[in-house]
Ligand binder design. Structure first.
Ligand SMILES: C[S@@+](CC[C@H](N)C(=O)[O-])C[C@H]1O[C@@H](n2cnc3c(N)ncnc32)[C@H](O)[C@@H]1O
Length: 260
């Protein structure tokens, strides 16, 4: 298929851009980016990925970063609709996977209500990339039978509304998106609800990007461990036994590895 046959004029693809490293794009995402006439992209979608667009492609940042929304969701919906109604081949490029805290349903519903054809191309979500970078697993036979994707993003001044008792069960891994600012509250509420204070945590900052940082510790220290991370650095919290460092993972992060 020729690149521009990937997208029918007047249709929209919601495309997962993965965690940042262009090599973690799917082949389909790469082809769709090359086929687009206009790309609306999140702030977390970096230059290495946007460089894959064909010369002359219109690039529109509709970036959202840590509470600072450069465009309201309604505006983004309307921009997508106007581009599609104008007969363009439209790509809406979202960090990670569009189906995980990506507000893809709002965009899809808005477009579909006006008869616009919409398709979704999945991407690698930050939790998968964080586990890979940390040489960890998201599940673990016998110890982590459940994996919960959770967002700790609350409206300003509001407490995070989560079922802490359900999240505190010991046999699950929590992948917490947008959780850096709320890290102290998350640790406090999980421990109060019964999660062990020594539960391993893996804090993954800028995963797959040049400034990647992995920080390991215990749930009781989550507040301290996240203190120095800037608001501008995308940060994912993995909490649970499955994220416990393997010997090889520790070695890669430069920690001391004790002989077995
Ligand atoms: C609005 S959510 C979008 C999640 C995205 N759809 C996904 O599947 O990864 C943005 C949050 O994802 C996490 N995130 C995205 N990219 C990341 C990266 N490269 N490193 C660490 N966390 C990341 C952070 O928690 C960030 O605040």
């Amino acid at each position: 298929m020729q690149p521009n046959e990937m997208i029918a004029p007047g249709s929209v693809w919601l495309v997962g851009a993965g965690p940042g490293d262009p090599d973690l794009l799917t082949r389909k995402a790469e082809k769709l980016i090359a086929a687009a006439e206009i790309i609306f992209h999140d702030a977390l979608v970096g230059p290495g990925i946007l460089d894959l667009a064909a010369p002359g492609t219109e690039l529109v940042s509709v970036g959202k970063r840590s509470g600072r929304h450069s465009k309201a969701q309604d505006t983004i919906n309307d921009l997508l609709l106007a581009a599609a109604l104008g007969g363009k081949r439209v790509v809406r490029l979202k960090g990670g996977d569009p189906s995980i805290f990506g507000r893809s349903t709002e965009e899809l519903d808005h477009l579909a209500a006006q008869g616009i054809a919409v398709h979704i191309c999945p991407g690698i979500t930050a939790a998968s990339a964080a586990a890979a970078s940390g040489l960890a697993s998201l599940t673990l036979r016998g110890l982590a039978r459940r994996l919960t994707f959770v967002t700790a993003h609350a409206r300003a001044g509001e407490a995070i509304d989560l079922d802490w008792a359900a999240l505190a069960t010991s046999d699950s891994t929590l992948a917490v998106y947008m959780g850096r600012a709320a890290a102290p509250e998350i640790a406090r509420k999980l421990i109060a609800a019964g999660r062990a204070a020594d539960t391993p945590v893996l804090i993954a900052v800028n995963v797959s990007l040049p400034g990647e940082r992995l920080i390991r510790g215990r749930l009781s220290a989550l507040s301290f461990l996240t203190q120095a991370i800037s608001d501008d650095d995308p940060t994912l919290l993995l909490i649970g036994e499955a994220t416990r460092a393997t010997a090889m993972g520790k070695a890669r992060e430069g920690a001391v590895v004790l002989p077995a």
